[in-house]
Design a protein around this ligand. Sequence first.
Ligand code: MN
Length: 271
Amino acid sequence: MAYFLYRAPSLLLYASRASMAPGSPALGAPASAGPADPALIEDLVAANRILADQGVVDGYGHVSVRHPKNPERYFLSRSLAPELVTAADIMEYDLDSNPVDRRGRTMYLERFIHGEIYKARPEINAVVHSHSPAVVPFGVSNVPLRPLYHMSGFLSEGVPLFEIRDAGGMTDLLVRNPELGRALAQSLADKPVALMRGHGNVVVGSTIPLVVYRAVYTEVNARLQVQAIMLGGSVTYLEPEEGRLAAANIAATIGRPWELWKRKALAKEKP
Ligand code: MN
């Protein structure tokens, strides 16, 4: 009897949590915020394919979107190469990065990047994490990544560096728990891009097209910056004011590349 009384509160807790999630098969799993608009899921699938197409992600890397019906939930593929992602692979998570309905699927180890950034940045609705190759050298060098043309004016806000040793000492460099995710979100602060030393970068935006645009042009700017430096002369970068003006203008036109990228990426046969 004593055992029963001792156990009862936790059983009730589980029962009430489960009852908050009608249809959820996992006891204690977070409740779903309901299905998203299929057009949003299509954009998320397209974002995965576009980022692969544009050389931002390869077999690794991921992109997520916040749930429009509940800011405490987000959508992210199961663990899969981005180029292979379809609507059926998209999973819903709470901001602690617990799955709503796991169904035995393997999850990205670094999903905490997404959940912790959504917690820290209420205005952000889309997150890309990649090992975007041209950007990696800027995470290990003291040469700062700076915007050198109008397409990457958003970088003029400054590009912070996440040094994982400061948060976790010796690690395998992966953001594999909520604490490291929080530390990354702190390094990112209010900026659109953060470098991850010896690893890659994270890019954020208010929409899927914006975050894809930023991730693509962060990679392009890094490539062009190395080329400009290799010319051997001095490099003139955008002034912060030029960057702000360019970013504001281009934000209004990103529908143009987005429609092109999306059509090409979705028309392409999956490998
Ligand atoms: Mn990674």
